[in-house]
Design a binder for this molecule. Structure first.
Ligand code: HEC
Length: 150
């Protein structure tokens, strides 16, 4: 009897120890700083409303049409540029993780600097990134001038 029960117990232990946190929770669960969370919680809502249709909830993008934001060299390279794109949209070819994309992204003229700050804080503190709070004054500052990178 013991011969069967012991392996069974092992299997049960392994199964119960496997993390069951859904991927939805993991993004915010990565954040421990209260100030970052204060931005990231509404930022997640806004992201899911304004961006996730295209870039997907988990930031993976969509095939060869929509570039990823998650684990994306282009996204990591410049916060200024990302914020500029969120407000102004983007046209023309870009290369993200070695893959070329060339579909226009529409502008979001109605997003307020605070909302862009919340989305940016959420994204830049997800999927292993830890950029801290990106606040509204910083966003306003970035929106004054186009980024050098293009
Ligand atoms: C209608 C689909 C669509 C929506 C909605 C959209 N995007 Fe995009 N986004 C794109 C496409 C397509 C590109 C590639 C543009 C190009 O090829 O020049 C892009 C590019 C980007 C880039 C630069 C590329 C990269 O991978 O880093 C960022 C950053 C970005 N989008 C963020 C956002 C955020 C944040 C939102 C929400 C506020 C958003 N986008 C909403 C389609 C969309």
């Amino acid at each position: 009897m013991r011969v069967i029960v012991l392996p069974l117990i092992f299997v049960l232990i392994i199964v119960s120890c496997t993390p069951k946190v859904s991927s939805e929770q993991t993004n915010l669960a990565q954040i421990s700083d209260a100030k970052v969370l204060q931005y990231a919680i509404p930022g997640k809502e806004l992201y899911e409303t304004y961006c996730a249709n295209c870039h997907q909830k988990e930031g993976t993008g969509l095939g060869k049409l929509i570039p990823p934001l998650r684990e994306a060299d282009y996204f990591k390279a410049s916060i200024h540029r990302s914020i500029w794109i969120m407000r102004n949209g983007k046209k023309g070819p870009i290369v993200v993780n070695g893959q070329e994309y060339n579909q226009p992204m529409p502008a979001n003229p109605n997003l307020k600097p605070l909302e862009i700050a919340q989305i940016a804080t959420y994204l830049y503190n997800s999927w292993g990134m830890r950029e801290g709070v990106i606040d509204a004054p910083r966003v306003e500052n970035y929106l004054k001038n186009p980024p050098i990178e293009n």
